[in-house]
Write a protein of this length. Structure first.
Lengths: 333, 673
């Protein structure tokens, strides 16, 4: 028997066409969309609700999807008695159907200026990469009739997309992602708390950010808020390889020259802070150690708060390695 | 290695200047990053804002130092030995001036090259190869050596192309090549400030004077073609001389003389044929010893022959010199017209005798009209009969004189009169008396002329001369010292012969019977000729103007010069064959003509063996003065300048790359300063 939550191949709404962003790689292409169309979001511990979704449920009811038989008992609907079985077995059985439910998917997208950065020409910016992640997961959700909300946040929550349901919202969702712009400043914990408080029912909260704003404790606080209210949290951290690899960081600062150690002035994209330094090997080494420690703390915070933590590097092809990582980590199946 | 402009080295001070510029602490380049937190956590050292810093060893600094060094050295114009050209650098300090001497002599017509072409064709190929090496700005001068050296020059790209086309189609001028004259001319053509180089393309069968080579002032490159280049020996026999002369044993019989030479390494036995007006009249075998061995042959000149030729029938490398021919003067068809002025009051006998001469035009004039007769007109011969030119009126310059019974008190001194003299002295072999029989001749009463030294008696009586030669006003003169009216000579057959002999001696046919190859024809045209038209064997006539004679206002000493001004010189005698000459008057009407032959055989040109001393002689030529010194050097500034420009391009690319960090495009418009 074919599970009801499996996506349908090659049927349904027309494939949306997404125009390319000038001077940048298109957010989505047909090959990527065709691939994510086969996926389905896993809800984890979050209870799916509603009647229009495609997610399997323990609830039994009347629906075309057969689930089981049970002996007829008083009060059962006569219309659901299986008369063919009665003819063969001479006992009354009632057909039980599986009730498919919908999933509430909440995509929290970091739209701060720190996301609009890339350390190399050949890789997309973190914001572009994050929008692809959000777009792909949103596509999966809408394709399977889940309820989708996309909430970009910077210093506060921005104009949101959704809640939306159904495949007809795929194209508007993708266009919405294309129009998003970054803003300076980030307040992760406050934005998450404000968002959760505004929702009565928990769902799957997928946080897509570089997590550079604030300390790991801020992330821990945000995740604790989600967990305490029954949300299933997924943290997808998008980073540029030049942020974590010391050699690439040095190459970016020196402009590619390997023999030079020029004086450079760093400008913080979030707060405009400036720092002059000469990137030598010692400094790059200390930088790498600081980044590694920070990443460890983030991972520990997510683990402590029972959140799924996935780190994606923009240098990796999204349609290959990123989707594989999401699949491996249980976000999609 | 040295430098031509040492001041250019001052540009090297740019090197420390560049280093100082790089030592400055300039405004740091800004780099936007997502967050400063990790850089702050890495605890970077505070960068001090000092004025200078330690010189950074960067790629840009190294490139800029190299650029400055290369350009500074280029400004100093370093030079090195031209030997570096052998390494393929092909460096030259000055534009070249290539003086190309191409041997176009008759020996270059020999076909002893490996591919069967003539030596001149091989020389042409070599010349075109030399010209193809020239570049824009180079100058080329080509001297084509032959009977008359012809020069071509090219000073720019267009004219160089035209010069190549001309050389590709030029015909060998033939004749004899005078390499010394060509080297002297090349010395005069040297251009200051240019890298003069002389190339001689020859078969080696030429001679050069070491002194001329020493004075040349430019190095000479010798390119040998023909057997000299291959080391082989080209056999060649030639008729090097053909002339007519009087037979020593029979003075009345003209004789034909031919000299044959064999320049080959082996003896040659071959028949020699004598042709008379196209008919073979004699054939005899002859054996010529090797290595310059000769044979001399004589024949009696066939009666009535107008053109005779001698040919040796032996195949060799140069066929043109195997035959020689000449035009028999006495028998040649046609003759140059004679303008004769007869000054006489009783001209009958002389008029008849002179008018009988072929081509003669006789103008008779009474004795009192002499001055008017020579005014405005020129004559080839003036005959004074019983008169003499007035003492105050010089006869026409350049015209020989025939006096008959000149009066006492004239140009010839007399001492009395002799009556009925008889011939007692006679110069039997004198051409004037050839065919003249004076036996029985009477002379009546005749003055006794006193002969001085320089006056030459031909016929004499006991008391004095009857016929003698003299010079009057530097003109040859023949004197018949008796009165024709008292002599019976005009009634005798000897008289017209004597007059004809006298005219032939005084106004001989100026055309030679034959000319050696390359020898110029120089002759004085008849007095009435205004133009001489010479038609070479190729059929293309050449008109040579004749200077008008002057009869007035000319001093005695200048008359010779005035005569020489009328001489016609025709030097294009490099092609063997028969040349016809026609004299035209001022109106263009022909006045007479003749011919002569040019024979290819020549003791020097027919010797195809290369001159073994030529290479050593030409090697004496060296570049002279500063030009030569500089020409022997090769400048290095062009490659240095190119190196500097190439490094500049690399530095530019590197600098552009530095200004384009990976994410700059994404931060366009952001305030990063």
């Amino acid at each position: 028997m074919r599970p009801a939550w499996l996506p349908t191949f090659g049927r349904g709404a027309a494939t949306p066409t997404v125009e390319a962003v000038p001077d940048e790689t298109p957010l989505f292409d047909e090959a990527l969309l065709a691939r994510v169309r086969r996926l389905v979001l896993l809800s984890g511990r979050v209870r799916a609700e509603g009647l229009a979704g495609e997610h399997r449920s323990r609830r039994r009811g009347s629906s075309p999807e057969f689930a089981d038989f049970k002996n007829y008992s008083q009060g059962d609907d006569f219309r659901r008695i299986d008369w063919n079985t009665y003819g063969r077995l001479d006992n009354l059985f009632v057909r039980l159907s599986e009730v498919t439910t919908e999933l509430s998917v909440h995509m929290l997208l970091d739209a701060s200026d720190s996301m609009d950065w890339g350390g190399a020409d050949e890789a997309p910016t973190k914001f572009t990469y994050a929008r692809r992640v959000v777009g792909a997961l949103g596509y999966v959700a809408l394709w399977h009739f889940d309820r989708l909300t996309i909430a970009p946040f910077g210093p506060d929550l921005d104009r949101m997309f959704g809640p939306a349901q159904g495949r007809a919202n795929i194209v508007p969702m993708l266009r919405y992602l294309e129009t998003l712009q970054t803003r300076p400043g980030t307040s992760l914990a406050e934005s998450v708390e404000r968002y959760v408080r505004a929702r009565r029912r928990p769902g799957v909260a997928i946080l897509v950010s570089d997590l550079l704003a604030g300390e790991p404790e801020d992330l821990r606080a945000a995740l604790r808020t989600l967990r305490s209210r029954g949300w299933h949290a997924v943290v997808i951290q998008t980073l540029d390889e030049a942020e974590i690899a010391p050699d690439l960081a040095g190459r970016y600062l020196t402009g590619g020259a390997t023999t030079m150690r020029p004086l450079v002035e760093l400008i913080d994209l979030e707060n405009g802070g400036r720092l002059r330094l000469t990137p030598d090997d010692d400094l790059l080494g200390r930088y790498a150690r600081a980044v590694a420690g920070w990443l460890d703390e983030l991972e520990a915070a997510a683990r402590d708060e029972e959140a799924l933590y996935i780190r994606l590097l923009t240098s990796r092809p999204f349609d290959d390695l990123a989707l594989e990582a999401l699949h491996r980590m249980g976000v999609v199946a | 290695m040295s430098v031509l402009v040492p001041l250019g080295l001052l540009a090297l001070i740019s090197l420390p200047a560049i280093v100082v510029l790089h030592m400055r602490n300039v405004t740091p380049q800004t780099r936007p990053i997502p967050s400063l937190r990790f850089w702050l956590a890495a605890n970077p050292r505070t960068t001090e804002q000092t004025r200078f810093r330690r010189p950074p060893i960067t790629l840009l600094l190294i490139l800029q130092l190299l650029i400055a060094a290369a350009l500074a050295l280029a400004l100093a114009r370093p030079v090195t030995s031209r030997a570096m050209s052998a390494l393929g650098l092909d460096l030259r300090s000055e534009p070249r001036h290539l003086i190309l001497l191409i041997d176009g002599s008759t020996s270059m017509s020999a076909t002893d090259t490996p591919d069967g072409r003539s030596r001149f064709e091989a020389a042409r190929t070599e010349a075109l190869r030399e010209l193809s090496d020239l570049r824009e700005g180079d100058v080329a001068t080509v001297l084509l050596l032959g009977t008359r050296t012809v020069s071509y020059s090219a000073t720019d790209g267009a004219s160089l192309g035209a010069l190549r086309e001309r050389i590709a189609s030029v015909a060998p001028p033939g004749g004899r090549a005078d390499l010394d004259a060509a080297l002297t001319l090349a010395h005069d053509l040297l251009l200051p400030g240019l890298d003069d180089q002389v190339s001689v393309i020859t078969d080696g069968a030429v001679a050069a004077d070491p002194g001329t080579a020493d004075r040349l002032g430019a190095p000479v490159a010798l390119h040998l073609v023909g057997s000299a280049a291959t080391g082989a020996t080209a056999p060649n026999v030639a008729v090097v001389d053909l002339s007519s002369r009087t037979d020593p044993q029979h003075p009345a019989q003209p004789q034909l003389y031919a000299r044959l030479l064999n320049f080959g390494p082996t003896a040659v036995s071959a028949p020699v044929a004598l042709d008379s007006d196209g008919l073979e009249v004699s054939r005899q075998p002859v054996t010529l010893p090797p290595n310059g061995g000769s044979a001399e042959l004589t024949w009696a000149l066939p009666q009535g022959a107008q053109r005779v030729s001698v040919k040796i029938d032996a195949p060799d490398a140069l066929a043109a010199d195997n035959e020689a021919s000449l035009v028999a003067q006495g028998n040649a068809a046609g003759s140059l017209g004679l303008d004769i002025l007869l000054v006489s009051d009783a001209p009958a006998a002389l008029q008849r005798a002179l008018s009988a001469l072929p081509g003669a035009q006789v103008t008779s004039q009474p004795t009192d009209g002499f001055a008017a007769a020579i005014a405005g007109h020129t004559y080839d011969l003036i005959v004074f009969d019983r008169t003499a030119p007035p003492a105050d009126a010089a006869p026409q310059p350049g015209a020989p004189l025939l006096f008959v019974d000149p009066p006492a008190g004239g140009p010839f001194a007399t001492n009395g009169v002799m009556t009925n003299p008889t011939v007692s002295r006679l110069r039997a072999q004198d051409p004037l008396l050839q065919g003249v029989d004076l036996s029985g001749a009477t002379f009546g009463s005749a003055p006794i002329y006193q002969l001085d030294r320089g006056q030459d008696e031909v016929v004499g009586a006991d008391q004095g001369p009857l016929v003698f030669r003299d010079r009057v006003d530097n003109q040859p003169a023949i004197v018949l010292a008796f009165d024709l009216t008292q002599s019976n000579l005009p009634q005798r057959v000897a008289f017209p012969i004597l007059i004809a002999n006298a005219v032939a001696e005084l106004a001989p046919n100026p055309l030679p019977p034959s000319l050696p190859l390359g020898d110029p024809l120089a002759y004085r045209p008849r007095a009435g000729a205004a133009t001489v038209r010479i038609t070479p064997p190729d059929g293309k006539p050449v008109d040579l103007p004749v200077a008008a004679p002057t009869s007035t206002g000319v001093e005695a000493g200048d008359s010779v010069i005035a005569d020489q001004l009328r001489d016609v010189v025709f030097s294009d005698t490099g092609t063997p064959g028969t040349y016809t000459v026609q004299e035209l008057d001022a109106a263009g009407h022909p006045r007479g003509g003749g011919s002569f032959t040019v024979n290819a055989g020549h003791p020097r040109e027919s010797d195809l063996r290369p001159n073994p001393d030529l290479a050593a002689t030409l090697a004496r030529a060296k570049a002279g003065g500063d030009v030569g010194t500089r020409a022997s050097l090769a400048e290095l500034w062009p490659p240095l300048a190119l190196l500097g420009l190439a490094l500049l391009a690399v530095e530019w690319i590197v600098a552009l790359t530095r200004r384009r960090p990976g994410a700059s495009r994404r931060f366009a418009g952001r305030s990063t300063a």
